[in-house]
Design a protein around this ligand. Structure first.
Ligand code: CP
Length: 320
């Protein structure tokens, strides 16, 4: 399929930002802009994927991503099917491959998977004929989150290239951080990562990101702050000393913003927010915050991804 700029979409799956180029990211964002206009209509629906069946296969909890994919599919007139680990035959020991191939035997076209294991989406893409979209695989990638973040930055500030974007929190265990760094660097942003040393991956500089362990350094000159959810379950594993200490050193509140950040700094968070920990209540709901706009944009971005992937034909079973 040729786009207006002459580029051609060629990918059957969206498994990670690592696998797509700057041009492909831009193609998705441009396509999403058109779908955002559709979502503002009195009847926010188009027949683009009529006759297609999309499966949400969620083996980990989710509110935003799952609802967003389901709504995006419905806005494109596709049929949808939702399967969760807690109410499926996973509980009887059925493997991911068998589950997916049995669902696919009912003639489905696209599988959206969230799974705790890094690489689960890549594995699935080798087992099935359907297109596969990674909706988060362990601490590895969350590509549609990064794409909706890029869309939101572009919408708010007009571009991504040349902006200073600081990502704050548990960088080591965050698929959102990983996909965001990859997307931001590909689009030419200057990325700073900030968090406790125990939450910083080794050799993170190789990604092109600058590292700081001082919050004020991350706030200074930042056009965008992307604040990550602190995974409180990791406290038990000794990755950070205490919640109180984390709030003191890395929690973002109005006073720190006033002291160190610019007046127009955009605040992002992928959700769910631990209010009063990584982000104070007043900042989460402030004029700086675009957190709910990120959620709105997620639907348009996922419509764009589904539309582009649907242009690539499946290989028939006998030819595989
Ligand atoms: N941002 C995000 O992935 O949220 P959910 O876990 O609710 O899907």
């Amino acid at each position: 399929m040729k786009r207006s700029g002459g580029e051609k979409w060629t990918k059957k799956h969206l498994l990670g930002i690592e696998d797509i180029s700057r041009e492909e990211i831009t193609m998705i964002l441009d396509q999403a802009k058109g779908f955002k206009e559709v979502l503002s209509r009195a009847i926010p629906k188009v027949p683009t994927l009529r006759g297609k069946t999309l499966v949400n296969l969620f083996c980990e909890p989710s509110t935003r991503t799952r609802a967003s994919f389901e709504l995006a599919a419905k806005r494109l007139s596709a049929d949808t099917l939702s399967i969760t680990a807690s109410s499926s035959s996973f509980l009887k020991g059925e493997s991911l491959r068998d589950t997916a191939r049995n669902i696919e035997a009912m003639h489905t076209d696209m599988i959206i998977i969230r799974h705790a294991s890094p690489g689960a989406a890549h594995f699935l893409s080798r087992c099935v004929r359907s297109s596969v979209i990674n909706a988060g695989d362990g601490a590895h990638e969350h590509p549609t989150q990064a794409l909706l973040d890029m869309f939101t930055i572009r919408e708010k500030l007009g571009r991504v290239e040349g902006l200073n974007v600081s990502i704050i929190g548990d960088i080591a265990h965050s698929r959102v951080a990983r996909s965001n760094i990859l997307a931001l660097v590909k689009l030419g942003a200057k990325v700073t990562v900030c968090g406790p040393k125990t939450m910083m991956p080794l050799e993170i500089e190789k990604t092109g990101a600058r590292v700081t362990y001082q919050l004020e350094e991350a706030l200074k000159k930042a056009d965008v702050l992307n604040i990550l959810r602190i995974q409180l379950e990791r406290q038990e594993k000794g990755i950070f000393p205490s919640t109180r200490e984390y709030i003191k050193s890395f929690g973002v509140n109005r006073e720190k913003l006033k002291r160190y950040a610019g007046k127009k700094t955009v605040i992002m968070h992928p959700g769910p927010i631990n209010r009063g920990i990584e982000l104070s209540q007043d900042v989460a709901d402030s004029e700086h915050s675009v957190i709910l706009e990120q959620v709105t944009n997620g639907v348009a971005v996922r419509m764009a991804v589904m539309f582009l992937l649907s242009q690539i034909k499946s290989v028939p079973e006998r030819a595989r």
